[in-house]
Write a protein that binds this ligand. Structure first.
Ligand code: ADP
Ligand code: ADP
Ligand code: ZN
Length: 214
């Protein structure tokens, strides 16, 4: 099963993608996580990506597409995968399509998690990310057992630099300009499914499982 998660920054793509990946035993591929791991490891890609991420801008397609096209051809992707945060532009979607066509494969579902902008700003201020394993929490909606400590690995939880309100506004406008057109793109391909992302995360998950036929 090959799934794409669409939605604004903070819509809950990562939260849902992790649950789906676990349930179906397929890899969760998050380009944001890949870039953050590169930043942490001090790679050249990380340094380049950081310049854009800090400003709330998208990392250029040239730095993003090959990375994903390579990743989906690895052994663990044979049974499927869930793409979280990719594609984010029409050229990225076209690059993915070209790669899939070559492989004789196709996307089964593009799930659009819908959350209005005003909810997003509130959510992002409360998001906390683990500095070590990348797990995400919310101070109100998904609080860790102990404040600022990761339940999964015990490392520290932080507010991402790009989750500060000024940057969130920029990311939202980038989303509307560059990423939202993908909803039309995948609607035309007949694979779009919409879920209300404003309800409780377990209820969002139940709605997605229904779409996936489980
Ligand atoms: P969110 O969880 O808010 O949706 P991500 O963790 O997916 O954010 O991405 C964080 C940042 O990484 C983005 O704001 C962008 O700068 C960069 N990024 C992630 N995925 C992509 C992509 N597919 N294309 C370009 N930039 C990306
Ligand atoms: P994205 O990957 O789309 O940027 P996340 O999955 O990281 O979004 O979620 C953004 C923030 O909102 C996190 O702090 C997360 O715990 C919280 N969150 C996710 N889904 C819900 C939900 N249905 N209701 C309330 N908060 C949520
Ligand atoms: Zn952790």
């Amino acid at each position: 099963m090959k799934i794409i998660m669409l939605g604004a920054p903070g819509a809950g793509k990562g939260t849902q993608a992790k649950m789906i990946a676990e349930k179906f035993g397929i890899p969760h591929i998050s380009t944001g996580d890949i870039f953050r791991a590169n930043i942490k490891n001090g790679t050249e890609l990380g340094a380049k990506a950081k310049e854009y991420m800090d400003q709330g801008l998208l990392v250029p397609d040239e730095l993003t597409c090959d990375l994903v096209v390579d990743r989906i051809q690895q052994e663990d992707c044979k049974k499927g995968y869930i793409l979280d945060g990719f594609p984010r532009t029409i050229p990225q979607a076209e690059a993915l399509d070209a790669a899939l066509t070559k492989l004789g494969e196709n996307i089964d579902f593009a799930i659009n998690v819908e959350v209005p902008d005003e909810n997003i700003v509130r959510r992002m201020g409360g998001r906390r990310a683990c500095v070590s394993c990348g797990a995400t929490y919310h101070v109100v909606y998904n609080a860790p057992a102990k404040e600022n400590v990761c339940d999964a690995c015990g490392a520290e939880l932080i507010l991402r630099d790009d989750d500060k309100p000024e940057t969130v506004q920029k990311r939202l406008s980038v989303y509307h300009e560059q990423t939202q057109p993908l909803i039309d793109y995948y609607t035309k391909k007949g694979v779009i499914a919409e879920v209300d992302g404003t309800i409780d995360m377990q209820d969002v998950f139940a709605a997605i499982c229904k779409i996936l036929g489980e």
